[in-house]
Design a protein. Structure first.
Length: 496
């Protein structure tokens, strides 16, 4: 085989871009602090807004100075409340309703009602009045394992040493997996790409132009989920990949862990398994063995937490969510409240905004237009791949492209039909974020093609720059609206 004269140069660029992307994540983590922005709060007197009352913020400016915190809001505070309760109190219970007399006469107490941990993401057992985080308990349980070490061995407290504890946890569960996933993604891009420009473009997008870096400063399920996608497909697509027991167990384990973090990702896990089992029959049982471990852990922790097997969000719309004082009980009010949490649009409008509108997959990160073109190109090639045997490995990049488009359609349809609030108050349609590694690999043929001309390279660069702009726009806090939504509100086109 003729040596590739630019391979060493590309590896150098992969290293530099990895360091750059991880450095951005680490900077966001160590510099994290929730900032109270005047534009998001009512002033002491509402008269200053004149008659434009609907355009006024709905939250009141704090009467006293809030305590500094690196926890941004309901999403991460809910998980940290569980972490604190597990390590310090030995329970998943994060609060209790006491002296309950009526729908308006009650007293709530506990971690999730304390300053710095207050969160809308909670449920209440109607039989006991005990509060739990509405987030699946497996991930907070894993985080609690690290906090137990920090607390018991090093004497750190999440209250007294908040920046140290939160920072170390985020470095462990966000920055470190992101660094490893970039390293593995570089190997896959190098192996499946064809040109210098295509390979470097795809990797640059992965390192600097996805919302994975934007969410690195907050404890969330989306960053680890995106990393798990890489860990699940790498054993099947790496150079010289073989369907060995170890590779299948590893792929199945991370596909299972991905499912515990993003339930619709079950479509990817099943999509990897079904064709494999048809081709390999009994050998695919090793994939199932790996998959079963995190799934069993999810059910076990859920049962340990709340006494039933299914996650709390399976109760949405029921008494666990609709208790007096619940944020989500407002959905049943005669007049629908303001705010994106309570958005209520025709499904066609909602689907448009998820794809091309103010939370759009393609409008916020137009680099995925190349991803779509590359995926379609690979799907055409995959017909030949399904007819041919590729050594000892079943999966190829072309086959994965077909699976990527199928899974993306399933996930998009799921959220279009089952949700209406774009993931709440945040900088993108965060539920789709775990798909980014699949679309990064999928863009390789298109990136290779556009790199052959100067015009193509410039156009690709503009798509990359626009994507990086959207990712960097929520400078320090991902729980802020996308720039397109803010522009729409400024122009009076949309108002939630």
């Amino acid at each position: 085989m003729t040596p590739d004269p630019t391979a060493e140069l590309r590896r150098g660029f992969y290293l530099l871009l990895t360091m750059l992307g991880v450095a951005v994540c680490v900077a966001k983590i160590v510099g994290a602090e929730n900032v109270v922005e005047p534009s998001r709060f009512k002033p002491p007197t509402e008269a200053s807004y004149g008659d434009d009352r609907d355009a006024a913020p709905q939250r009141l400016w704090p009467a006293t100075r809030p305590e500094p915190t690196p926890m941004y809001g309901s999403n991460d505070r809910s998980r940290f409340a569980t972490v604190k309760a597990l390590v310090e109190d030995g329970t998943y219970v994060v609060g209790r309703r006491e002296n309950f007399r009526s729908a308006t006469d009650y007293r709530d107490a506990g971690i999730i009602f304390a300053d710095g941990y207050q969160s809308l993401d909670k449920v209440m057992d109607p039989a006991t009045g005990e509060f739990y985080s509405s987030k699946p308990p497996l991930f907070p349980t894993l985080v609690a394992g690290e906090y137990w070490l920090l607390h018991r061995v090093f004497g750190l407290s999440i209250d007294r040493h908040r920046w140290w504890v939160v920072g170390v946890i985020l470095l462990t569960f966000n920055a470190l997996p992101f660094a490893v996933s970039l390293r593995l993604l570089a190997v896959l891009i190098e192996h499946h790409g064809r040109t210098d420009f295509g390979r470097l473009f795809a990797f640059t997008a992965a390192a600097t132009a996805t919302f994975v870096t934007a969410f690195s400063a907050t404890l969330n399920n989306h960053v680890p989920a995106a990393c798990c996608v890489v860990f699940a497909i790498y054993p099947l697509l790496r150079p010289g990949a073989r369907d060995t027991r170890g590779a299948l167990v590893m792929s199945g384990f991370f596909a299972g862990l991905l499912t515990t973090l993003e339930l619709p990702a079950l479509s990817l896990a099943v999509g990897l398994f079904v064709p494999l089992t048809l081709a390999r029959r009994g050998r695919s049982l090793w994939y199932v063995a790996g998959f079963a471990v995190p799934i069993a852990a999810l059910f076990a922790t859920n049962y340990a937490a709340m006494g039933h097997w299914l996650p709390a969000y399976g109760e949405f719309g029921g008494p666990w969510y609709d208790f007096p004082g619940s944020h989500w009980a407002k959905l049943k009010l005669p007049v629908r409240p303001l705010g994106i949490d309570f958005a209520d649009e025709p499904k066609a409008v909602y689907a448009f905004h998820l794809l091309l509108g103010h939370h759009g997959w393609f409008s916020l990160t137009p680099v995925w237009l190349l991803g779509l073109a590359g995926l379609v190109t690979q799907v055409r090639r995959s017909i030949q791949d399904w007819q041919a045997r590729h050594g000892d490995g079943f999966w190829t990049a072309n086959k994965l492209a077909g699976l990527t488009l199928t899974v993306s359609a399933v996930v998009f349809s799921f959220y279009t039909l089952r949700t209406n609030n774009y993931g709440g108050f945040c900088c993108c349609a965060r539920w789709l974020m775990w798909l980014t590694p699949l679309w990064t690999l999928g863009m390789l043929p298109a990136a290779d093609a556009v790199g052959r001309s100067r015009f193509g390279r410039v156009a690709a660069g503009l798509l990359l720059a626009a994507s990086a702009f959207s990712v960097a726009y929520p400078a320090w806090n991902p729980w802020r609206p996308p720039w397109i939504l803010q522009l729409c509100e400024l122009m009076g086109w949309v108002r939630y």
